[in-house]
Design a protein around this ligand. Structure first.
Ligand SMILES: Nc1ncnc2c1ncn2[C@@H]1O[C@H](COP(=O)(O)OP(=O)(O)OP(=O)(O)O)[C@@H](O)[C@H]1O
Ligand SMILES: [Mg+2]
Length: 340
């Protein structure tokens, strides 16, 4: 089925819009662009961490990949399926190959079903030639794989802890042997100690089953630990991406630097291109930002006039990956130098 053996996910130039509010009854409904011309890739068996503040479009991106949102433009290839060509009804094989785990499993697990039934359900849908006996054996294996035990099978979701419920959600996703899992804040609702257990479980499963993850998260420590590559979103745009070590260790975009609150660079020339962003200390932006301008303009300490009209092209960064910032590129020449 797959057209590309290297990648589990390839998103190109994806834009997703929502109908905005209608200011007056007779006025035209405005549109709101939640995701704007983003491209990203996840290799098979690897994790891409998607970070950015609340409302930056991370979940919308994940939902578009799952075909829960309809893109305005762009292409999405997930597990070899051309998702952008699907209508509202997606093929069963796609629903098997691309799974999701969300932040709050209590919302996504049927409260009236026992854990055993919850995990068995996808098996009956996708593998109907399994005998009931074989299905039950697989359920027991899955429960074991995610670190729960047989006595959890007869429990209901509300009887489990948050971490245990997330393990059930992971078992349910794994049941159908997916190639790609969209993990949308999978550990954000858990206690810190439980977070690392669930992240470790996800990592073990990834190695064992060569799963690819799109890992959406707020917590940068979690992203850094769990991801091979990281993409940073700001108001619908990806502004920087690259190997996790480089993006987290030597962030170059002023927004990424603000996000990671990076230690000041000892080289003054480079620090000039990326001080911490303090929106409150900035002068009011001198001009209007066009829709095609950089969304970070108003908060950016190193903004230039060109940023109001043109979102920058991506420029390669030494150490891997790329960033979209006129000022950093102008300051450093090309490619952007990175202290290692
Ligand atoms: N169904 C919808 N209708 C209208 N606007 C929406 C809809 N879903 C999301 N949005 C808007 O799109 C933007 C991006 O939302 P999204 O949920 O993707 O952000 P996010 O990065 O996942 O944020 P968070 O970190 O809070 O989960 C937000 O401004 C949100 O209000
Ligand atoms: Mg979200």
């Amino acid at each position: 089925m797959s057209t590309d053996n290297l990648h589990a996910l390839r998103v190109h130039d994806l834009t997703v819009q929502f109908d905005g509010a209608r200011p007056r009854m007779w006025s035209k409904r405005s549109t709101f662009t939640a995701v704007k011309s983003i491209s990203l890739e996840v290799e098979r068996g690897r994790t891409l961490g998607l970070v950015g503040e609340s409302g930056s479009g991370k979940s919308t991106t994940g939902r578009a990949i799952l075909r829960l949102e309809t893109p305005v433009s762009g292409t999405i290839e997930a597990a070899g399926f051309r998702v952008h060509e699907f209508g509202r009804r997606t093929p069963k094989q796609f629903r098997r190959a691309v799974q999701a785990v969300f932040q709050d499993p209590l919302g996504s697990l049927d409260p009236l079903m026992e854990i055993g039934q919850i995990i068995e359900e996808p098996l009956s849908i996708h593998f109907h030639d399994l005998s009931p006996r074989e299905r039950r054996r697989r359920v027991r294996d899955l429960v074991d794989t995610v670190g729960l035990s047989a006595h959890h099978l007869a429990r209901y979701p509300y009887e489990l802890s948050g971490g245990q419920r997330q393990r059930v959600a992971i078992a349910k996703a794994l049941a159908v042997e997916p190639e790609l899992i969209v993990l949308d804040e999978p550990v954000s609702a858990l206690d810190v100690s439980v977070q690392s257990q669930v992240v470790n479980l996800l990592e073990d499963l990834q190695r064992e089953k060569r799963l690819a993850y799109l890992f959406v998260a707020h917590d940068l420590a979690v992203v850094r630990h769990a991801s091979d590559a990281v993409a940073v979103m700001y108001r619908g745009r990806i502004v920087e991406e690259g190997p996790a070590e480089r993006v987290c260790g030597s962030p170059r975009h002023p927004y990424t630097r603000a996000l990671f609150d990076s230690v000041p660079d000892p080289d003054p020339r480079r620090s000039a291109a990326g001080g911490t962003v303090r929106a409150d200390t900035l002068d009011a932006p001198p001009g209007r930002v066009e829709p095609e301008g950089c969304p970070f303009y108003a908060r950016c300490p190193i903004r230039m006039d060109i940023c109001t009209t043109q979102f920058p092209y991506f420029t390669p960064v030494a150490g891997g990956g790329s960033l979209a910032c006129h000022a950093v590129v102008a300051d450093s020449g090309r490619p952007v130098a990175v202290a290692v």
